[in-house]
Design a binder for this molecule. Structure first.
Ligand SMILES: Cc1cc2nc3c(=O)[nH]c(=O)nc-3n(C[C@H](O)[C@H](O)[C@H](O)COP(=O)(O)O)c2cc1C
Length: 250
């Protein structure tokens, strides 16, 4: 679907406002982490200050094995959001994923809203992001490699979000050929590629299919945090489609 620059920017603005102002977390379905309990070790034989959770990621030393995942970008609020996140991530030495670079693909004015992250975060890995549904056209445009270089990223993540796009007013629901597009991306760019979801999770079956294609890194982004059905439901006006979105809240 061909969307105007303004439509994409407005949607990003809506998403940010909704997650700030409303409770859009899953209410009943959880991560499942509560099913796991560590057995307490009363005889640890270690000094707490020697516990080291630092790690190497994409060639950088991080204080924690933690990544802030893709959220912002684009001409309006995107720049200040990425500046703030980059400052915080760099000072805490954790990795940073940028929001979808779709607005920058056809609008050079939007590039600085992503490139600003590298300016404020020289010491951490920065990961670009793009939707799988937009991947085929982006590869065809041949601008992608140059754009990733201009933004100064260390990797790219591709988001699979078919349910979000289906619920989203004006969503891009053309997921046919996405697997092949990811395969082509692997051959086209030399950066590491992460495939992620946006909160509905990646099943074992999907991860196995990605592995077969040649994907080595995934961000499962499963249930228990943000529910995109809840976010999109707030943006829908039509009664029937609101009801459909509600069916997917959990
Ligand atoms: C405001 C907002 C914008 C987001 N934009 C993107 C995006 O552009 N690309 C993407 O892959 N994921 C995007 N996400 C999804 C997050 O990267 C993450 O996968 C999702 O929120 C699930 O993690 P959580 O449960 O910890 O929130 C966005 C999330 C939020 C809250």
């Amino acid at each position: 679907m061909n969307e105007s620059k303004n439509e994409i920017e407005n949607r990003k603005k809506d998403h940010l406002k909704i997650v700030c102002d409303e409770d859009v977390n899953y209410q009943r379905v959880s991560t499942g982490f509560e099913d796991y309990h560590f057995i307490h070790n009363a005889l640890p034989e270690i000094d707490l200050k020697d516990v080291d959770v630092s790690t190497d990621f994409l060639g950088y030393q991080l204080n924690l094995p933690l990544m802030i995942t893709s959220m912002g970008g684009g001409e309006n609020q995107g720049k200040s959001l990425n500046r703030g996140l980059a400052k915080a991530a760099n000072s805490e030495k954790v990795a940073l994923g940028l929001g979808s670079i779709r607005p920058a693909l056809n609008n050079p004015k939007a590039i600085s809203s992503y490139a600003i992250a590298r300016e404020y975060a020289p010491d951490i890995p920065i990961i670009a992001n793009l939707g799988a549904a937009q991947l085929s056209s982006s590869l065809a445009s041949k601008n992608l490699s140059k754009l990733l270089k201009d933004i100064g990223v260390d990797a790219i993540s591709i988001h699979l979000n078919p349910l979000q796009e289906a619920l989203q007013p004006g969503g891009d629901t053309s997921f046919k050929g996405v697997g092949r597009a990811i395969e082509i991306l692997i051959d086209t760019i030399s950066l590491p590629i992460i495939v992620k979801e946006v909160g509905f999770g990646l099943s074992v079956n999907v991860v196995k299919r990605l592995q077969k294609i040649g994907i080595e890194w995934v961000d499962i982004a499963g249930a228990g945090g943000t529910s995109w059905a809840r976010i999109e439901e707030k943006r829908i006006n039509n009664k029937f489609y609101k009801k459909v979105a509600k069916e997917f809240f959990e």
